[in-house]
Design a protein around this ligand. Structure first.
Ligand code: ADP
Ligand code: MG
Length: 236
């Protein structure tokens, strides 16, 4: 409708795909649970950021997404909150492996994502484990054994743990590649491809990137199915 068009124009949102739903311009429009809305309110947020407003309704329809938006635009909650909704629908047993898997390029970024997941998912009783290199494996393996709904991991460490057969990804049905361009720049493509081979093909896949060079387009074409593409601002 007209209001969707004017919201997109005002916020420099461009969308490509079939039947793209209108953006959620307010938190009330999202239909998120009262637990999630309370956390968002407690954080002092007044409205969804443009990437959240446009990618939430698409993600809630279980569609694949490529989101291209610069740093600081609120991408983390852009994929985490629909992930929480997905978790509630899936009713998997976390003891058997995670349902949501987020790949992130660095230990620091992975830790920040886990903090956000813990903060916003706590009242929804969502558990999250973080796996990264440069730290002993023991505590991370113990966290896996305890079971968790969400695993946030750097590709190198997750691949090591997969080779040890200490984690199962057979329940993963919501896969996020965060900072995909940076993961490829860091040389993680082989590890990403090995990890994705362990994830069932019946899944929702979301890719977030700040830039859209041909290497990122190629891996998106290989791993996503008929994605809706959301661009914020002047990214090419
Ligand atoms: P990106 O991944 O796009 O670089 P982040 O997800 O790290 O951005 O978000 C940047 C900052 O904005 C974080 O501190 C986050 O808590 C905050 N933030 C996220 N969503 C909102 C919102 N709707 N309103 C205000 N601040 C937000
Ligand atoms: Mg980010």
């Amino acid at each position: 409708g007209l209001s969707a068009e004017s919201y997109r124009r005002r916020n420099e949102i461009t969308v490509t795909g079939d039947n793209v739903p209108p953006p959620f311009t307010t938190f009330e429009a999202t239909g998120f649970s009262s637990e999630i809305l309370r956390e968002v309110h407690n954080a002092g947020f007044s409205a969804p950021t443009p990437i959240q407003a446009q990618s939430w309704p698409i993600a809630l329809q279980s569609k694949d997404i490529v989101a291209i938006a610069k740093t600081g635009s609120g991408k983390t909650l852009g994929y985490l909150i629909p992930g929480f909704v997905h978790l509630k629908r899936s009713r998997n047993n976390p003891q058997l492996g995670p349902t949501v898997l987020v790949l992130s390029p660095t230990r620091e970024l992975a830790s920040q994502i886990q903090e956000e997941a813990v903060k916003f998912g706590k009242s929804s009783r969502i558990s999250c484990t973080c796996l990264y290199g440069g730290a002993p494996k023991g505590p991370q393996l113990r966290d896996i054994d305890r079971g968790s709904d969400i695993v946030v991991a750097t590709p190198g460490r997750l691949n090591d743990i997969l080779e040890m057969r200490r984690i199962s990804l057979h329940q993963v049905s919501y896969l996020v590649l965060d900072e995909a361009d940076r993961m490829l720049d860091m040389g993680f493509e082989p590890q990403i491809r090995k990890i994705v081979k362990e994830v069932p093909s019946r899944r929702q896949t979301l890719m977030y990137t700040a830039t859209w060079p041909k290497e990122v387009r190629k891996i998106a074409a290989d791993l996503l199915i008929n994605p809706v593409q959301v661009n914020i601002g002047n990214v090419d």
